[in-house]
Design a protein around this ligand. Sequence first.
Ligand SMILES: [Zn+2]
Length: 170
Amino acid sequence: MPNGHTHDAVTWFLVTPVALASWGVTQDVAGTAVLAGAFAFAGLMFSGDLDLPSAQYRRWGRLRWIWKPYQWVVPHRSVMSHGILLGPLGRLFYLTLVAVVLALLGIRAFSGHWQIPWTAFGAAVDLAAHLDDRAWVLVAFGLVGLWVGGASHSLADWGWSGVKRRARGR
Ligand SMILES: [Zn+2]
């Protein structure tokens, strides 16, 4: 596995070509900025290596413990964390789950009883329903950035393993 420094270098090295490609295809400056930001975030803080105590994991600072259960459940470099699609999707799902659990615990702590925050869920659904097309386009740019960032991490891991295997075979 390339170490954290190598992954960071790959991320910084790729962010410009990725941004240029996005701009070349879409001619959308704001969308490209969102995509490039999401790409860098994915490489530096949201990659498959959240499945172990990695540099990406430590960058979450005081919040890093939220990834502990993820590390217990997901074997390192399994398809669940490093799968091209499954990795980023799984982490988005996991992060949503953590937010919901924290919200429930917060309500419990402040009100003293368990209560499902239906109004908050309703407000979130309502907000999503009222996002205009432009906002959805930007969300899509962000998701593509996350996805490409996660995929480039996994490809770097696999490419590195291939090189090492070939070197050993010689
Ligand atoms: Zn990895």
